[in-house]
Write a new protein. Structure first.
Length: 594
């Protein structure tokens, strides 16, 4: 290890979260600094000569010129090791529960508490023996962190050599669990914990194609606008359109081993709901609390602005760490708009040239740097492992206007757009994803997967469903102008089939024990039933059946209630509905003949 350069200077100017210090010629960009006697944490974001601009992650009131500033010589880093799961951190990975024990309910400035518990002992079980060759990314051993997460201890990236010593036992995070003899003859000790700078993406062997879906059990997402494993999605929506419930549903049901939830600049009471609900939520796959596989980062709107920027990077670095173990990780960022507001404030204080609506000109590139860290990858190490990091970013456009810069910059980067619509939310149609304005660019790459793994007619059904919904939107315009009576019988039938798609298929109750999650096979069966109703009625119409009779068939009630049928009984229920449909249409046609 090289010597760390320590640089000391003094405060020249304080402007909100921005502190300008002089005498910092030896410091480097993105070094972490301790500001004033209170030792507030900050990060250097600009250097001119011997003057450094520092964004301070704590309240700066009371600071004045002449107070000392000391650089630590290291970039902002997170501690990665056992103890992450189930913890609640702030934006710079300070453990909120531990801070509460030290300073009470109100966060005091300058409190120094290690991110991970240094006292607790963890049971380490080696996966390798002395004499084994290792390289960066190999698994040294495992620690059972929670009942559902086996924490894999990895050889740090860039290290190669031979295991000199490794022993099973109980260790704290700082005690060596193994010694590696490097290829140059030097011996390194490895502990259960490693550090990683948050602004640097963790390395991997190669990125894989996004051709597998992240199954969520939410019908409008899985069927119409699927997200790939390792994909990126944006959920913009106005106040009250159900962004938070969508994120909760994804955290609970998405096919992910680990969930990292970043509450970035949202209201404190909204984050309180998350903190109260997550421990109460039962993980459907394991029966344990959802917190047993969740890392929470709480950085609410009343916390210092600058820490919002760090919270996004802290969260994604922790997520990458679990991805490197070979897990599928889902990261929820709620919301990237508040993060962009923090960028705008810091940019204004640095007196940079503003871009659109006052946001900095580099807003788009910063967003891209964040989202591009997602992906399904082949991890480092001699054994091939596959890990995935899927990122779902909520965007809160002011007044629900998605033409504003953050939404537009996000849409240029992400491949999936779930457009939440307040008009649908007011009609109590949840999830309020607007099927006419949302899109997924992963559909074509995942066509093969859906057709081979679920049903060969999956894509064909999906296209027919979308086609009917689009035709409904056109027919609605005509109805507004000339009324329902002006429509032909086939068009009226189309409207009824589209209503069935909306109410029976797309509408999903997050709080109903069966309807909250729908497996893909049942989703296909539901699509099939709605389309069979439409096809059979269209044939009957040609044979002379009255459209009013077809619209009023009692079997439609059963099609509507099919979503509440348990997955195991779905096949039998679908057969009964088909028989009933055929019988009712037959009866209707006989009446017409008489």
């Amino acid at each position: 290890m090289g010597l760390i350069k320590m640089s000391r200077g003094t405060i020249k100017k304080v402007a909100g979260p921005l502190v300008i210090a002089e005498g910092m010629r030896d410091a480097s960009m993105f070094d972490v600094v301790r500001v004033s006697e209170q030792r507030l944490i900050g990060e250097i974001i600009e250097i001119h000569g011997d003057e450094a601009s520092i964004q301070v992650y704590e309240e700066t009131s009371g600071l004045g010129p002449g107070e000392p500033v000391e650089s630590t010589g290291a970039p902002l880093s997170v501690e990665l090791g056992p103890g992450l799961i189930g913890s609640i951190f702030d934006g710079i990975q300070r453990p909120l529960e531990e801070i509460m024990k030290v300073s009470g309910n109100n966060l005091q400035r300058g409190v120094e508490v290690p991110s991970l518990d240094r006292e607790k002992k963890w049971k380490f079980v080696p996966s390798l023996k002395a004499g084994s060759r290792v390289e960066g990314g190999d698994i040294l051993g495992t620690v059972q962190e929670t009942p559902v997460v086996s924490h894999k201890i990895l050889v740090p990236a860039g290290m190669r050599g031979e295991v000199a010593r490794i022993e099973e036992g109980e260790y704290t995070l700082e005690e060596p669990v193994a010694y590696i003899k490097g290829d140059n003859g030097e011996e390194f000790s490895l502990t259960l914990m490693q550090k990683w700078p948050v602004r640097r993406g963790r390395p991997y062997k190669k990125k894989l194609s996004p051709d597998m879906p992240l199954i969520t059990g939410q019908r409008v997402i899985d069927t119409l606008f699927p997200i790939a494993k390792g994909g990126v999605a944006a959920v913009p929506g106005p106040f009250g359109s159900g962004k938070t419930v969508v994120q909760h549903q994804l955290a609970k049901w998405a096919e992910a081993d680990i969930v990292v939830y970043i509450g970035c600049g949202e209201r404190g009471n909204e984050m309180t709901d998350v903190l109260n609900e997550f421990p109460e939520l039962k993980d459907p796959k394991t029966g344990e609390s959802l917190m047993e596989r969740t890392v929470l980062i709480a950085n609410t709107s009343d916390m210092p602005v600058a820490a919002r920027e760090a919270s996004i990077y802290t969260g994604i670095t922790i997520a990458e760490y679990f991805r490197d173990m070979g897990y599928s990780v889902a990261l929820m960022a709620d919301s990237t708009s508040r993060w962009a507001e923090a960028l705008r404030e810091m940019s204004g204080r640095l007196e940079e040239m503003p871009g659109e609506e006052g946001y900095p000109a580099y807003l788009g590139s910063r967003l891209a740097q964040f989202y591009e860290r997602a992906g399904r990858v082949e991890t480092l190490g001699s054994e091939t492992r596959e890990g995935a990091l899927s990122v779902i970013g909520a965007v809160s456009p002011p007044g629900g206007d998605i033409s504003e810069p953050v939404s537009q910059a996000t849409l240029r980067i992400v491949k999936v757009f779930w457009s939440l619509d307040s008009a649908l939310a007011y009609k109590r149609h949840f999830p309020a994803v607007n099927w006419l304005t949302s899109y997924s660019l992963y559909v074509d790459t995942m066509e093969k997967w859906f057709n081979s793994q679920v049903n060969p007619r999956w894509m064909e059904m999906r296209q027919r469903l979308m086609g009917l919904l689009q035709e409904e939107a056109e027919l609605e315009e005509i109805v507004k102008l000339v009324g329902m009576d002006a429509l032909s019988a086939p068009d009226r039938l189309k409207l009824e089939a589209a209503r069935s798609i909306r109410e029976d298929f797309l509408h999903q109750d997050a709080f109903h024990e069966v309807d909250t999650y729908t497996p893909l096979e049942k989703q296909f069966a539901m699509m099939e039933l709605v389309m069979e109703y439409y096809d059979e009625c269209a044939k009957a119409l040609e044979k002379g059946a009255p459209v009013d009779g077809l619209v009023g068939l009692s079997v439609r009630e059963q099609i509507g209630r099919f979503k509440y049928v348990e997955a195991e009984k779905a096949e039998e229920a679908a057969e009964n509905i088909r028989r009933e449909l055929s019988s009712e249409i037959g009866t209707l046609l006989q009446k017409e003949e008489y």
